[in-house]
Write a protein of this length. Structure first.
Length: 306
C-alpha cells in the first residue's frame, strides 16, 4: 500500500472515497454516497443523530466496496462540520464507530486542495491550464479560485446548495439572496484587478457534473466521469436542465440526478448561473475531479516521494 492512498471527503451532502495510485497518478477505485450531513443544520446549528447514522452506514459500506484500512485513510470534512456546534462530538463518534479520523479543513485549504486536483485534471485532459477561474459548488460553501500560473487567489463563500435551499424554503427570498451573493463575489473578483476575458471558466462538484452528464445523455446510473471530464457546459445547457426539471416527475428527476440530490439541484443550477453572470461567461469546462482527488494528490506529493 506504500504507493496507494485512500482519501475520504465528507461534505455537507456527499460522502466520497477514492483509492489512488501515487506512482501513476490514477484512480484505482471510488465510491460516492449522498449522506445529507447538513440536513437541518440551518435551523438547529448541529449535525443530527440521523445524519451521523447515515454517515456511519456510508463509511462501513465504502470499506466493503473499496476494501481499505480505515486507520490508513486520509480524511477531511468541510463546511457542515465547520459550522456545526457539535462537530467535535461528531468526529469523536465517527472515529469510535468506524476508525476514520476526520480533520476539519477551512475554506482556504479546501480551495488549495481542489485547485491541485483540477490542475492535474486539466493536464490529463490536455487543456491549457495556466490561467483560469475555478468554481466549486459545495453543499455548505462555495469556493472561487483564480489561478494565474503558479499563483492563485481564493475565497470561500458561506453558502452552498444545501444551506441555500434550506434558507430558501424558509424565507422564499432566493432571488434576493442570489443578488446579494453576486455583489459579494463581484467585490472579490474586482479586488484582483484582472481581466477575466482570457481566463477559461472551470467548474467542479455535483451540480456542474450533473448538467454535463444530462447534456451528454447520461443519468445518475449511467454516469461516466471519463466522458464527463472536459465537457463544455453553456448557459443554454443550464436553461435546458432547468426546463427538464420543471417538466419532470420526482422519479424522473431522481433517475437523472440521484437520490438525495433532487431537492438541491435547482438551487445548484441557479448558483452556477449566478457565477456565469458575474464572470460574464457563456461557457465553462466541467471536471469531476475535486477535493478528495486533491487530498490524495497532496498526500502523494508530500509522503510518497522516493
Amino acid at each position: 500500500m506504500n504507493n496507494q492512498i485512500v482519501s475520504v471527503d465528507l461534505g455537507s451532502n456527499s460522502f466520497r472515497v477514492l483509492k489512488y495510485d501515487c506512482l501513476n497518478h490514477q484512480i484505482i477505485s471510488e465510491h460516492n454516497e449522498v449522506v445529507g450531513m447538513a440536513d437541518g443544520l440551518v435551523d438547529t446549528g448541529i449535525i443530527s443523530k440521523e445524519a451521523i447514522a447515515r454517515v456511519i452506514k456510508a463509511i462501513n459500506h465504502s470499506i466493503e466496496i473499496i476494501n481499505y484500512n480505515p486507520k490508513e485513510a486520509v480524511c477531511v470534512t468541510t463546511a457542515a462540520m465547520r459550522k456545526a456546534s457539535n462537530s467535535q462530538e461528531v468526529l469523536e463518534c465517527l472515529k469510535k464507530e468506524t476508525e476514520l479520523d476526520f480533520k476539519i479543513i477551512d475554506g482556504e485549504e479546501e480551495a488549495r486542495l481542489t485547485l491541485l486536483a483540477v490542475k492535474y485534471a486539466l493536464k490529463r485532459e490536455k487543456i491549457e491550464s495556466n490561467n483560469f477561474v475555478l468554481l466549486d459548488i459545495g453543499g455548505g460553501s462555495t469556493e472561487i479560485i483564480v489561478n494565474c500560473n503558479e499563483n492563485y487567489q481564493a475565497k470561500s463563500f458561506d453558502f452552498g446548495i444545501v444551506t441555500m435551499t434550506q434558507k430558501y424554503l424558509k424565507s422564499n427570498d432566493l432571488q434576493k439572496d442570489l443578488e446579494n451573493r453576486k455583489s459579494e463575489i463581484k467585490l472579490f473578483l474586482d479586488s484582483l484587478n484582472i481581466d477575466f476575458k482570457k481566463f477559461p471558466f472551470v467548474a467542479t462538484a455535483g451540480t456542474p457534473t450533473t448538467i454535463a452528464a444530462i447534456k451528454l445523455g447520461q443519468d445518475f446510473f449511467s454516469y461516466d466521469r471519463n466522458i464527463v471530464n472536459g465537457t463544455v457546459v453553456t448557459l443554454e445547457d443550464l436553461s435546458f436542465c432547468l426546463n427538464i426539471l420543471k417538466n419532470s416527475s420526482k422519479d424522473e428527476i431522481t433517475k437523472l440526478v440521484g437520490k438525495g440530490r433532487v431537492e438541491f439541484i435547482e438551487v445548484g443550477i441557479l448558483i452556477y448561473k449566478t457565477i456565469f453572470e458575474v464572470l460574464n461567461k457563456k461557457e465553462s469546462i466541467v471536471l469531476d475531479d475535486g477535493l478528495r482527488e486533491g487530498v490524495a494528490i497532496n498526500y502523494c506529493l508530500t509522503k510518497c516521494k522516493d
